[in-house]
Write a protein that binds this ligand. Structure first.
Ligand SMILES: Cc1ncc(COP(=O)(O)O)c(C=O)c1O
Length: 420
């Protein structure tokens, strides 16, 4: 192992730290899909900042735009003032993302994190409908602030709230009952039954693929049925695309595969392009009932993120090359994982979409063991799921085939050691 000194991290940084425990190295620099520790050891990154680095670490195209902007004394902090960087981003977002998809959304800049955009979405849905209750799904993850936590499933995270988390009702996510129960049977029934005790919901919030929840993939037909049910009952549909948006599953928005148009969309993580904090809340034009400053925040105008976000949209979303290569690379991982599932029949299985792929272990602790062995061999991959039973891969979308093969070989080897 490395000889790094953890003292200051252990003595000064809160016990709440977590990634530093699973990956005991002190990281210093990074490029593309590689991250280097202070001892000069390189690690292949199958984690990509939890989905914030879809275009890789220090992507040279984004870096040079950022450097030019900083050297030119461009605005760094701008609250929600109008700036050139913001105008450039809005125009590009409209031209490259919204218009080609026929999406007539207004754009809100909430605070710069995923949980900020979720809070904005929930507040807006409540304000528009005058209702307070939200429907969420089993194993959902939406963030750590109280509103977002109230629609998050994980019991350990929920317990951290220290107060009752209310005004949210969980429904089964796709395949929760292993396909045995008809989709939405329960949801439709309680909506229609005046004796069910369900408060009429303002909105449904859903991830199309639950990343933190264990790489649970909603089928397009399930998403369509959900969108239809919401429309029928005048319930707003919020898609939380914080982790699965910006091309993670192939198309720019993860819901495109289902052909649905959510009322509200949450984006963060890779929307800034360079790993810089940024979030957007998108909503149908008629839902824009905010009063000026009714929902604000000091760091809504992180202009360096606007610069890298704009360049990323221009560079990667002017054609469908990234979309196609993401699907091809996702297939490659899926094939490798299917081989492991066949080899270790009954011990592992696989699921995913695009470049979010999971290797699911029947013995939950084996997922953590595989990640620990992989780290020893120079690969970063994290676990997810309610029992941390899934090795979740979120490589940069820009990863090369050779890098992918290298990491998959390490994982196959580690799985062999753990499962044999
Ligand atoms: C789907 C989803 N929503 C919201 C969040 C919260 O984002 P943040 O950690 O930036 O607050 C996450 C974070 O992983 C997420 O995956």
């Amino acid at each position: 192992m490395t000889n790094f000194d953890t003292n200051i991290f252990e003595s000064l940084e809160s016990e709440v730290r977590s990634y530093s425990r699973g990956w005991p190295a002190v990281f210093e620099s990074a490029s593309g899909s590689w991250i280097r520790d202070e001892n000069g050891r390189d690690y292949l990154d199958f984690f990509a900042g939890a989905g914030s680095l879809n275009y890789g670490h220090n992507n040279p195209v984004l870096k040079s735009a950022l450097v030019d902007y900083i050297v030119g004394d461009g605005i760094t902090h701008g609250l929600d003032m109008s700036t050139v960087a913001k105008r450039d981003l809005l125009e590009t977002f409209q031209d490259k993302i919204l218009k080609p998809r026929g999406l007539d959304y207004k754009v809100q800049f909430p605070g710069p994190t995923g949980t900020n955009t979720v809070e904005a979405a929930l507040k807006l849905a409540r304000k528009v409908t005058g209702r307070s209750s939200i429907i969420n799904f089993t194993n959902a993850f939406h963030g750590m602030t109280l509103g977002a936590l109230s629609v998050t499933g994980n019991s350990m995270k929920r317990a951290g709230a220290g107060i009752p988390l209310v005004h949210a009702t969980p429904m089964p996510f796709d395949n929760y009952f292993d396909g045995v129960t008809e989709d939405f049977h329960w949801f439709r029934r309680v909506l229609d039954d005046s004796g069910s005790g369900l408060n009429r919901p303002a909105a449904v919030i859903v991830e199309t693929v639950q990343g933190e929840g264990g790489v649970n993939v909603a089928r397009p037909e399930w998403l369509r049925a959900l969108a239809d049910l919401c429309a029928e009952r005048e319930i707003l549909l919020i898609v939380d695309d914080v982790q699965m948006g910006c091309g993670r599953t192939g198309p720019f928005f993860s819901f495109e595969i289902a052909g649905i148009t959510p009322d509200i969309v949450c984006l963060s993580k890779s929307i800034g392009g360079y790993g810089l904090p940024m979030a957007l809340t998108l909503f149908k034009r008629e839902l824009d009932v905010w009063g000026p400053g009714e929902h604000n925040g000091t760091f809504r105008g992180n202009n360096p993120s606007f610069v890298t976000s704009k360049v990323a949209l221009d560079h990667y979303w002017s054609d469908d090359a990234l979309h196609k290569s993401t699907l091809a690379k996702g297939d490659k991982i899926h094939q490798a994982f299917t081989e492991l599932a066949n080899q270790f029949d009954g011990s592992v299985s696989t699921r995913g979409r695009g470049l979010v792929q999971g290797l699911v272990f029947d013995e939950p602790e084996n997922a953590g063991k595989v990640c620990a062995l992989a780290f020893d061999e120079g690969l970063l991959a994290e676990t997810s799921g309610p029992s941390d039973e899934v090795v979740k891969l979120l490589p940069a979308l820009t990863i090369t085939d050779e890098e992918l093969n290298h990491g998959l070989a390490i994982l196959a080897d580690a799985t062999g050691k753990v499962c044999s």
